[in-house]
Design a protein around this ligand. Structure first.
Ligand code: C5P
Length: 253
């Protein structure tokens, strides 16, 4: 596959055309930003940590019936994805009150949110990603009522799957953001799912294991990302293999 023209350069990822019209390449760069771009840095290996975690989560979701744009890794930083037409929504699922919901509403930090709260922002840097509601989404014709229902249901399914997967590694999924796009076969999950787009807490110590370490100078960000990657990807993969082997043995395979 040949990398073609740069289509879009975001704060931490670049998207390129390829010689296959149905596929794009997403490059995870080493850039990291926070506070609407107010804080910026370039951190060695950051791109590959997020690429590897995203690929792992996308594959896991795919195995559990959630369609995502992920096709395969090209190298450590670059991912081949389906060419989706992205919907300008940031769909945030919150299991525990933290971050902007605590700043903007009278929630006490760490309050469990049951059922989980879905917050949808309009993806528009110039407008600072304002929060939407269903009426605004439909009035702006961003998607149809059926599409909105599908987006919310998928977001909740992703939450159930990732919450359980992470809990098995002693990690609490506090909140995360998804983006969706339209493909030939419906609405699929796109963008990334990584330490940059989630809030993860160690279930025992409460330690932040995500971009909050960078936002609030809580420690060595890349050391944290490396550790999370080991915990999530390497341990889950090993556990998955063990489960498969045990199941095979059990079935006399
Ligand atoms: O900042 P806030 O508390 O609203 O973020 C909620 C979750 O969504 C966090 O996990 C954050 O990393 C993610 N998010 C994101 N991209 C944005 C806004 C929020 O990944 N533009």
């Amino acid at each position: 596959m040949k990398q073609g023209k740069l289509l879009y350069a975001g704060k931490a990822k670049s998207v390129y055309r390829t010689d296959e019209k149905d596929h794009l390449i997403v490059e995870f760069r080493d850039d990291i930003t926070a506070f609407d771009g107010g804080k910026k840095d370039t951190l060695k290996k950051k791109g590959r940590y997020n690429a590897e975690v995203s690929a792992f989560f996308f594959s896991y979701l795919g195995e559990h019936g959630v369609k995502t744009h992920f096709v395969r890794m090209l190298d450590e930083n670059r991912m081949v994805v389906e060419n989706l037409s992205m919907i300008p929504l940031e769909v945030i699922v919150r299991n525990i009150a933290a971050g902007s919901i605590v700043r903007n509403y009278p929630f006490k930090e760490k309050t469990p949110l049951r059922p989980p709260v879905i917050v949808i922002d309009y993806k528009d840097d110039a407008r600072h990603d304002p929060m939407l509601n269903d009426d605004l989404i439909l009035a702006l014709k961003i998607c149809t009522p059926a599409e909105l229902k599908k987006i919310k249901n998928t977001a909740l399914k992703v939450n159930d799957l990732l919450k359980d997967l992470l809990a098995r590694q002693g990690i609490t999924l506090v909140d995360f953001k998804l983006e969706f796009g339209r493909g030939k076969k419906g609405i699929w999950v796109g963008d990334e799912i990584s330490m940059d787009s989630m809030r993860l807490w160690d279930a025992t110590t409460g330690e932040s294991l995500d971009k909050d370490v960078y936002r609030f100078d809580k420690g060595d960000v890349m050391e944290t990302y490396d550790r999370v990657l080991q915990r999530i990807v390497k341990t889950s993969s090993a556990a998955g293999k063990k489960r498969t082997t045990a199941a095979r043995k059990g079935s006399g395979d």
